[in-house]
Ligand binder design. Structure first.
Ligand SMILES: Cc1cc2nc3c(=O)[nH]c(=O)nc-3n(C[C@H](O)[C@H](O)[C@H](O)COP(=O)(O)OP(=O)(O)OC[C@H]3O[C@@H](n4cnc5c(N)ncnc54)[C@H](O)[C@@H]3O)c2cc1C
Length: 432
């Protein structure tokens, strides 16, 4: 067993507060030798492990490989906010794809929310659920849009849990004068993401899925009606495969790599804020209106978990804590010297339209990822929907498949620098 406090993920910087508080984190073996199975899965985040669990439960033979340890990807290191609906607001989606499909996607996300919470309850995984989320505007001119958002949710999307907050209420609930209005959503909440991931790996393994850590897929190819996946010390031959590598795909498979790009996002955990009871006194999670979203929340033990700074290159900022503390102080000036006890980062897989990427990338091989910062509930559900598609029980994954997700411009050589320029421009716009 590796001590969870000292395990440093090879693919992401920092040891997270989640690692320090998740409890026992079992080690799974690496794959050594060859396997044949019905379905092979590459990537052991929520998407891959949910698919593995649901397939194994249905009697399908499944082998899953994870390049690092379960939880080293985004699923074990994220902001923990469940949110509601899709990444884009429903009224924005309506403009692109019409009311009916937008409503179907909203309802699907509500199903994803219920699925996650029911899954944790059924398998007795304590995910530290805390209710409530607030979306807040960093510009006064956004008030009309936020008012409309709450009203549209109630009247057109049958969602009565989102209430508009004026400036006074927003500032009171946040304990900050930095925001101008917001929407408070009592129908969602936030969780401890690594506890969920560790529990999910256990449940998948107990259901009969063969799951391996520290086993990187080095190639995937199709031939003779079979999919073959090579690993450093073995090979898997399967009828079907799921690529669930999200923002860590690198060069494994070119179609996914050209549609899902990694953005690095960083989080800091403060020491418990017992002297500052006014900071998010209701315990909700918060996400703001910046393009480079600042997302923060209180933990069960009263810390502020604050995420925001992003990087578009593979470099890590030299001192994550310092950057995060500076961003915290912009919202809470009284915390300008707050102690940051843990600081870490991870790769968010994003797509051009900020909608999930779900596609058959070669015969029998489906790739799913790119939830664009909104994947905690959606990835868990997409993993299950993939399994249901394989078993022939549901076609709901087709809703995502039908979304138009174009590749990033620039080809493999230029797309990272182009993205860097585009995102830096939007980040700059946030400031003015
Ligand atoms: C800092 C941060 C904050 C976030 N905050 C939120 C939030 O508050 N709310 C929200 O909804 N979403 C949030 N997200 C996004 C969310 O975490 C993801 O959408 C979700 O976890 C995706 O799950 P996944 O299983 O698809 O991918 P991941 O969890 O990223 O898993 C992919 C896995 O594939 C593995 N892999 C890659 N290549 C290979 C290979 N060749 N062989 C074997 N394995 C491989 C990786 O090691 C990785 O473990 C955040 C993400 C980050 C990084």
């Amino acid at each position: 067993m590796t001590s969870q406090e000292t395990w440093q993920s090879p693919i992401a910087p920092g040891i997270s507060w989640y690692q320090a508080t998740a409890g026992e984190r079992p080690v799974y073996p690496a794959l050594d030798g060859s396997r044949t199975c019905d379905v092979a899965i590459i990537g052991g985040g929520y998407t891959g492990l949910q698919a593995a669990y649901n397939l194994a439960k249905a009697g399908v033979s499944v082998v899953l490989i994870e390049a690092c340890r379960f939880g080293d990807g985004a699923s074990g290191r994220n902001g923990g906010q469940l949110g509601t609906g899709q990444r884009s607001w429903p009224e924005e989606l309506e403009e692109q794809i019409g009311y009916e499909r937008s409503k179907a996607l909203f309802d699907l996300a509500e199903g994803a929310k219920r699925h996650l919470l029911d899954f944790a309850t059924e398998h007795q995984i304590d995910i530290d659920f805390m209710p409530g989320q607030m979306n807040v505007a960093h510009k006064a001119s956004y008030e009309r849009a936020y008012r409309d958002n709450a009203e549209i949710a109630a009247t057109r999307y049958d969602y009565p849990h989102a209430q508009f907050m004026d400036k006074a209420e927003t500032q009171e609930r946040l304990g900050s004068r930095r925001y101008f209005c917001g929407v408070r959503d009592t129908g969602t909440g936030h969780i401890h993401p690594l506890k969920l991931l560790i529990g999910l790996a256990r449940v998948a393994s107990n259901a009969g899925a063969e799951v391996y850590e520290m086993t990187k897929a080095t190639s995937i190819r199709q031939g003779g009606g079979k999919v073959t996946i090579d690993t450093p010390r073995g090979q898997i031959v399967a009828d079907k495969a799921l690529i669930a590598c999200n923002g860590y795909i690198e060069n494994l498979e070119p179609v996914t790599a050209s549609h899902v790009m990694p953005i690095r996002s960083f989080i800091g955990a403060t020491a418990p804020l017992s002297d500052h009871p006014g900071v998010i006194s209701g315990g909700e999670a918060v996400a703001d209106s910046r393009f480079v979203v600042r997302y923060f929340r209180k933990s069960k033990d009263g810390r502020l978990l604050f995420g925001g700074r992003e990087a578009y290159t593979s470099d890590n900022p030299r001192d994550i804590s310092q950057h995060i503390r500076r961003q915290i102080a912009e919202i809470y000036p009284e915390l300008d010297n707050v102690e940051i006890t843990h600081a870490w980062g991870g790769s968010v897989g994003i797509t051009m339209p900020r909608q999930p990427f779900v596609r058959e990338v070669m015969p029998g091989v489906t790739s799913i990822g790119g939830y664009s910062g909104h994947g905690v509930m959606l990835s868990n559900y997409c993993g299950r929907l993939y399994a249901e598609t394989v078993i022939g029980r549901s076609g709901d994954l087709d809703l995502f498949k039908s979304l138009k997700v174009p590749p990033f411009p620039g080809g493999s050589a230029a797309r990272a620098p182009l993205l860097f320029l585009a995102l830096s421009w939007f980040a700059l716009r946030d400031k003015f």
